[in-house]
Design a protein around this ligand. Structure first.
Ligand code: GLY
Ligand code: MN
Ligand code: MN
Length: 438
């Protein structure tokens, strides 16, 4: 990320917070996977958005108009022995030099130093509820300041969640953010194509996951944005299936929902294709309904439309398609009203996308679906999932299809970041056919 982004974001946030306030933003805790083994550290998105600081065990404090500097960081000190075991640290000096911190303190000293930074500030911006132990510490610091009122020091008496101001900022992507998201989507498109090319009946789902990860990492994405979903046959009907340990059979569909993370930004792309390279008649019938829903919903992603417009269009096309195949019975109007589609389409058509795969930002303002505006990025991901227990004719069983794209709202229309991942039946069959013939 362009280094100039971070001070720009901090300034914008502090301008909105106003003087008399202070913001406290911890990064993610270190999570233990099992004894002596940690999960790879991923900085908290709010924290990283404002700091660019990648190490664990850090808390940033933003103090508008503070004489000694507005950007304070509590972080790990340099430690030769620990660095030999667990990796390099920027230390206090590095935090200032590399990340633009004005004042860096050892994280161990936070309980002693931070309460003084709350003195005579009226408002604390802090998001409660993510980490109850940290919440208790923040309350403890405030209480410490309150005890000094008789000495003339005022304690903050307003707690405000940072979410409203910060998440509204994160919802609108800047140029460097859009570049990172495009790159993440481009890498993912290569990965989806590679999956189509290598897939053969008899392989395990995790063999395909390995191909996706290989493509992500070899193109500069160090981590997937979320665990890859590689679901064949009946597993395609499990929305967030991640076991990925079934042997794929001739005649199965394979649903892959996988996206690379690049420079802290997610992509989130789903493609569904036949394991043997050719759609059966029924698979193609359902696939083309979902594809039409995807394409028509994308057309609704433009400035001025409401957040729910793409979903409404997708629901109409999916319902109409199921009526035409006799899967649903009745009229289009009655079936939409009764929401009978929900048995086979139980999720919504999209969500905001950004640093988090299900990104932050309100969907409604004052009780109404908000309008789409340039700079927002959403997914469009209609699907249909038919399981044996639904009681439909056997020919529909285990058809699970989702087609998901990442879409930026531009000044007058939209831009699909994930357009290079094939999704037309002919394009998928041609790509798979060519690789099988080679
Ligand atoms: N990959 C999760 C989702 O599509 O929302
Ligand atoms: Mn999604
Ligand atoms: Mn997805």
């Amino acid at each position: 990320m362009n280094r100039r982004e971070f001070p720009r974001r901090r300034k914008k946030l502090m301008d909105m917070m106003g003087d008399d306030s202070v913001a406290i933003i911890p990064t993610s805790p270190v999570y233990i996977r099992n004894r002596d083994v940690e999960f790879p550290h991923r900085p908290d998105s709010d924290f990283y958005y404002l700091s660019g600081y990648p190490e664990p065990e850090a808390v940033m404090v933003l103090i508008p108009d503070r004489y000694h500097g507005e950007f304070v960081l509590f972080c790990r000190e340099r430690d030769e022995k620990m660095e030999t075991w667990t990796g390099r640290r920027a230390g206090l000096e590095g935090a200032c030099e590399l990340y633009g911190v004005n004042d860096a303190f050892p994280i161990e000293d936070m309980d002693d130093i931070l309460p003084g930074m709350l003195e005579d500030r009226e408002r604390i911006y802090y998001t409660m509820g993510n980490d109850s132990l940290f919440d208790q510490r923040v309350l403890g610091w405030v209480n410490q300041v309150r005890k000094q009122v008789r000495t003339g020091i005022n304690a903050p008496d307003e707690f405000i969640s940072l979410n409203h101001l910060l998440h509204e900022m994160r919802l609108f992507k800047s140029r460097p953010e859009i570049s990172a998201m495009k790159k993440a989507a481009k890498i993912s498109c290569h990965a989806h194509k590679r999956a189509m090319e290598v897939c053969r009946p008899g392989m395990m789902e995790y063999h395909i996951e390995a191909e996706l990860l290989h493509e992500f990492m070899s193109q500069g994405s160090r981590f997937a944005a979320y665990p890859s979903i590689v679901g064949s046959g009946e597993n395609g009907c499990i929305l967030h299936y991640t076991e990925n340990n079934r042997q794929m059979c001739d005649g199965d569909l394979l649903l892959i929902d996988a996206g690379a993370e690049f420079d802290g930004y997610a992509s989130d792309i789903t493609r569904t294709f036949p394991v043997n390279g050719n759609f059966s008649k029924e698979q193609k019938q359902i696939y083309n309904i979902v594809l039409e829903a995807n394409q028509e919903a994308i057309k609704e992603v433009k400035p001025g439309n409401h957040w729910n417009d793409p979903h409404d269009v997708a629901v109409e096309i999916l319902t109409e398609g199921m009526l035409s195949l006799g899967i649903l019975k009745g009229t289009l109007k009655s079936q939409i009203k009764e929401a009978s589609y929900k048995k086979y389409y139980m999720h919504r058509t999209g969500h905001w996308l950004g640093m988090d795969v299900h990104d932050v930002g309100d969907y409604k303002l004052e009780g109404e679906w908000r309008k789409l505006e340039p700079g927002m990025v959403t997914t469009i991901e209609p699907g249909l999932y038919f399981q044996p227990q639904h009681g439909l004719a056997k020919k529909w069983w285990n058809i699970g299809i989702r087609i998901e794209d990442d879409v930026l709202i531009t000044n007058d229309d939209n831009e699909v970041f994930s357009k290079d991942a094939p999704k037309a039946v002919d394009d998928i069959e041609a790509l798979m056919g060519a690789s099988m013939a080679a």
